[in-house]
Design a protein around this ligand. Structure first.
Ligand code: F3S
Length: 274
């Protein structure tokens, strides 16, 4: 049995940056709040709860400094923190910030802003807030068919699938007079998706590790499933069912941007021992 871990599996630049900012602060001051879970990985969030980072869901609950996670926050959160004199450490990923700037810019130029992504995801909720008038969020070619606007300005959730993004943009071009597109899918996402799909094509079984609430992990699962029918999404090695590997000769492993390397290693070692 050959077991291969895909290139670029695990923590991305933005997540590592947020984690090291949190570590540095906790080391110096002992504890901090995180506005929403620092990353979409329940195991890491539980570890940090012990270390001294407590999750709050409302900025009104903060009576000590707050870490803004890599997904970013809506613009009014900054205003609330300033008006309440709440100190914050901004760990918004620079690529997310860049997408927010594009939304602002498109909106100021008079484009109707269309965001390709999941409207329930915190990153997308934050993007919406940077448009002057309400931005439209779509996530499929069918959604794009319903759009009808003169001048459309498009950005993407940073973890969107490249393939889906291109198809949706292609469809949008049929429903407007002018289309301006910023491809804001980050390189880490693109590289991870490319490596995962190449590995899925040559694997009998694919294991995708990451939080069930992690958008980029779910996207990886969809991509791998397309090429390898026996693709399974797990959070930890405990969820592995040994029967998945019956008659399998090649096993591929990949992991979302918020999956720490120790969880990937445990999964690898578990399968190796089978
Ligand atoms: Fe940033 Fe891309 Fe990671 S936007 S948080 S580097 S997935």
């Amino acid at each position: 049995m050959k077991i291969t871990i895909a290139e670029n599996a695990g923590f991305c630049y933005g997540v590592m940056r947020a984690i090291s900012m949190a570590d540095e602060y906790i080391k110096k001051k002992g504890s901090i709040y995180s506005f929403g879970p620092i990353i979409h990985n329940p195991q890491v969030v539980a570890d940090y709860e012990h270390k001294g980072m407590h999750v709050i869901e409302s900025i009104g609950d903060a009576n000590k400094p707050v870490l803004i996670r890599s997904h970013g926050v809506p613009s009014d959160v900054y205003m609330k923190m300033q008006s309440k004199n709440i100190k914050y450490i901004d760990a918004t990923c620079p690529f997310v910030k860049e997408a927010q700037d594009y939304v602002k810019h498109l909106s100021e130029e008079g484009y109707s802003v269309v965001i390709i992504g999941d409207k329930h995801h915190p990153e997308v909720k934050a993007h919406i807030s940077y448009a002057d008038s309400k931005a439209v969020v779509i996530n499929s070619v069918d959604d794009a068919k319903k759009v009808n606007m003169e001048r459309i300005g498009v950005i993407s959730q940073t973890t969107q699938s490249v393939d889906r993004f291109s198809k949706i943009v292609g469809e949008l071009s049929k429903h407007c007079k002018e289309l301006k597109v910023y491809n804001t899918i980050c390189d880490a996402t693109k590289n991870r998706q490319d490596a995962a799909s190449s590995l899925a094509k040559v694997s009998d079984v694919m294991i995708v590790i990451g939080g069930r609430n992690s958008a980029n992990t779910r996207r990886l699962y969809e991509i791998c499933k397309h090429y390898c029918d026996k693709t399974y999404h797990i959070e930890t090695a405990k969820e592995i069912d040994n029967s998945w590997f019956t008659n399998a000769e090649s096993i591929g492993i990949t992991a979302g941007a918020s999956t720490p390397s120790y969880i990937i290693e445990r999964v690898f070692n578990y399968i190796k021992e089978l």
